[in-house]
Design a protein around this ligand. Structure first.
Ligand SMILES: NC(=O)c1ccc[n+]([C@@H]2O[C@H](COP(=O)([O-])OP(=O)(O)OC[C@H]3O[C@@H](n4cnc5c(N)ncnc54)[C@H](O)[C@@H]3O)[C@@H](O)[C@H]2O)c1
Length: 362
């Protein structure tokens, strides 16, 4: 019997998400052969030796890894500020690239990466947005598409991380681009996913009219050093008149909550309206309690499997992708505009080329 071809892939970045990806790649991807893992952080080699099969080579240098591991594809799971250089290096070396969101912390660099990817049409480039690979979001999307909710006119989301007493989010902020760029980009993508933002446009280049954001440092005061907040609110008016509102936060005390309400003229659909981890209740002297899902990695655990499986099928069988570079670009423009709006206390309008008008920097 002929053996099925498997994709030789290298993983770069073994942090919070990278460690999850490494285990999925090593043990839960029948069509992927994880050939190498790489991280520049001292001690990562020991983590890899203790947690991954010995056949997987460890590299401390990403370029060395991409050149010498025998990989045909690379997953970049490093800090956001390092993505662009690594994506471009990977594509230039002839590798298919999957990169965690967002591509970059600014619009100009995102454009450079997309231009590089467009210049290599024979290579797959995937920036997966987790919600699009989640069964519940896919079910809601079906309702939107079959018309059972009527005309979809607005989306409301919240994405609220659990408070971290170590202050991880403060150091993370230095390289993440800020809460709207790092976390809000998921919610913006959800809005784009459900709101049919390319329909009803008089100028197809311009998908957004304006955005405005506000924020607070309710718990982590040091975030102000990075122009960041621990609770942010964003309002996006798309050019087709549809509206997205989002609340992103890092200060919830019970766990993680990530809710989406799709508002239609015949009905609303609410995804993850209840953040309990299972259906078990404790009934005691405090009342009726449930345990909350601790973080996004647990809530979207299957998404991190589904997107990798899709990436492998796209390369091995030329199957279509769920997310295209354009989605990452459009979401990045909105996220950057919201971060700018929060930092400068102004609304941001979009020009006729579809670019946010930001005086200081994109
Ligand atoms: N899709 C999602 O839901 C989701 C969830 C979490 C994180 N992310 C994204 O994944 C990326 C990683 O996030 P994280 O939370 O794991 O961050 P992290 O800070 O925990 O880990 C990043 C790792 O990358 C390593 N690294 C940094 N620069 C490197 C380089 N040049 N070469 C090799 N290794 C390098 C660091 O040493 C660290 O171990 C971020 O871009 C983040 O936005 C996506």
């Amino acid at each position: 019997m002929a053996t099925q071809p498997r994709l030789k892939l290298a993983l770069i970045g073994l942090g919070r998400l990278g460690a999850i990806r490494a285990r999925i790649l090593a043990f839960q991807q029948p069509r992927i052969d994880l050939v190498a893992a790489c991280d520049t952080k001292p001690g990562s080699d020991e983590w890899a030796a203790a947690n991954l099969p010995p056949s997987i080579k460890f590299f401390a240098d990403p370029e060395d890894c991409m050149k010498n591991s025998g990989a045909e594809a690379v997953l970049i799971s490093t800090a956001t500020a390092t993505h662009a250089l690594l994506v471009i290096q990977g594509l230039d070396l002839g590798l298919h690239v999957m990169c965690e969101k967002p591509i970059s912390v600014d619009v100009i660099t995102t454009e450079e990466v997309l231009a590089k990817a467009a210049s290599k049409p024979h290579l797959k480039f995937l920036v997966p947005f987790s919600r699009r690979y989640d069964d519940s979001y896919r079910a809601a999307k079906q309702m939107v598409e079959n018309g059972s909710l009527g005309q979809i006119h607005a989306v409301e989301t919240s994405c609220l991380d659990q408070q971290d007493p170590t202050g991880f989010f403060v150091t993370f902020s230095a390289q993440s681009g800020g809460i709207f760029v790092d976390m809000g980009v998921h919610d913006i993508d959800v809005g784009r996913y459900f709101l049919d933002v390319k329909s009803g446009l008089s100028n197809p280049k311009k998908q957004v009219n304006r955005v405005i954001a506000m924020g607070q440092q309710a718990v982590y005061g040091d975030l102000s050093k990075h122009g960041d907040c621990d609770n942010g609110w964003g309002l996006v008016e798309f050019a087709n008149g549809k509206v997205l509102t989002t609340h992103v936060g890092r200060t919830l005390t019970n766990g993680f909550e990530g809710m989406t309400r799709v508002c239609g003229t015949k009905g609303h659909s609410v995804v993850n309206g209840n953040s309990t981890i299972n259906r078990v209740e404790v009934r005691d002297s405090h009342g009726v309690r449930t345990i909350t899902t601790p973080d996004a990695f647990v809530l979207y655990d299957k998404s991190f499997i589904n997107d990798l499986a899709e990436f492998a099928s796209a390369i091995l069988d030329n199957e279509p992708l769920t997310c295209y570079p354009e989605d990452a670009y459009e979401a990045a423009k909105i996220a950057t505009a919201l971060q700018y709006s929060f930092r400068n206390g102004v609304p941001v309008y979009f020009d006729d080329n579809g670019l946010p008008i930001m005086e200081i920097a994109k």
